[in-house]
Design a protein around this ligand. Structure first.
Ligand SMILES: C[S@@+](CC[C@H](N)C(=O)[O-])C[C@H]1O[C@@H](n2cnc3c(N)ncnc32)[C@H](O)[C@@H]1O
Length: 317
């Protein structure tokens, strides 16, 4: 992000942002720094087209390989190497990307800032996935603000969806995930506290492990009343996750409530999604649904179809 603004200035002025000096010519500290300032980073890391991106990565790697031997000032050399290595890491797949802060702009132009720590396969909730910003944008189109409405979110990850629902609709959000994820979610709640409360919304973060939910006869106070909405973004991606989600909806959703889901239609997970959707219908839910294009950014950025659904019980009691 540090570099994105300058890059955009150049980009808007239709200048070629990728004027890469020859490494063999031993460019100076300032020359290299100026070019680095023009390379997209942070939220904008995937802004270049593929054919522009490749020479940039090659140039960055080429610079590191020389260890910038011709730059004599040690502090200057180190400053450049830190930036260059960070830029290479950002381009080396989501698992290698360093901790970063991403900014999401809501329908009302307000910005939510989300801390995303480095990711491992055990901490998928450290990243905000493609369907969460799509659902954040839909909620105010589908729902009218209602500060008395309580909503549960399953697998909230970084908390973007919950924060945006509390802000845009004034909902009382109960956002949940695994213990290691909830800590970062709480951080993001603190960082966005003013937005969360601006329209009388609130957001609590709790541990709710789908594989080990609290016993029905000993529910914690935050889970003891049925919820009018349950939201889940990108939570159907492992065998049985669909079945588990359905069991949780049946347990915690009010009979006149709505379960709201959205997920990318990844080829690798179509069976799990079909199992979930059939299971929802068998459990007595019917839905309104639609598809739209979202962005997956796992390693590189590419478009992917996402399916949203609003599920209601067929026969409210
Ligand atoms: C693909 S991520 C989606 C995160 C977030 N909803 C989003 O769209 O950005 C799946 C989420 O489900 C959570 N999750 C996975 N297994 C879980 C479990 N057994 N109990 C609770 N949450 C779980 C992960 O920690 C992660 O936050």
């Amino acid at each position: 992000m540090l570099y994105a603004n300058k890059y955009y200035k150049k980009y808007r002025n239709n200048q070629n942002p990728m004027d890469l000096p020859l490494i063999k010519a031993h460019p100076s500290f300032q020359e290299i720094k100026d070019v680095l300032n023009g390379i997209p980073s942070g939220d904008h890391v995937w802004d270049l087209a593929g054919d522009e991106e490749k020479p940039v990565l090659n140039w960055l790697v080429g610079l590191v390989a020389t260890n910038l031997e011709w730059i004599e000032n040690v502090d200057e050399k180190e400053e450049l190497l830190v930036i260059i290595c960070q830029m290479i890491a950002e381009r080396s797949g989501r698992m290698a990307a360093p901790t970063k802060v991403r900014t999401f702009v809501m329908n009302n132009s307000k910005e939510i800032r989300i801390l995303e720590p480095s990711l491992t396969y055990d901490t998928l909730g450290f990243k905000t996935w493609g369907s969460a910003p799509l659902l954040s944008a839909h909620l105010p189109e589908w729902e009218t603000p209602n500060p008395s409405l309580r909503a549960l979110e399953l697998g909230s990850g970084t908390g973007l969806l919950g924060i945006s629902a509390a802000h845009q609709l004034g909902w009382q959000m109960v956002c949940t995930d695994l213990p290691e994820i909830v800590e970062n979610m709480r951080h993001n709640v603190t960082e966005n506290e003013d937005l969360i409360h601006e329209n009388n919304g609130s957001m609590e973060c709790h541990v709710l492990d789908w594989l080990n939910p609290p016993p029905d006869d000993d529910l914690p106070p935050w889970l003891s009343q049925p919820f009018q909405r349950i939201i889940a973004s990108d939570c159907v991606y492992e065998t049985h996750f669909g079945k588990i989600a359905i069991a949780l909806f049946l347990k915690y959703l009010a009979k006149d409530g709505i379960a709201i889901t959205e997920y990318p239609l990844r080829e690798t997970h179509l069976d799990e999604i079909a199992e979930f959707e059939e299971g929802m219908q068998q459990a007595g839910f019917s839905r309104e649904t639609g598809e739209e294009i979202g962005q997956e950014d796992f390693g590189s950025r590419y478009p992917i179809t996402c399916r949203w659904s609003q599920w209601r019980y067929n026969r409210p009691q």
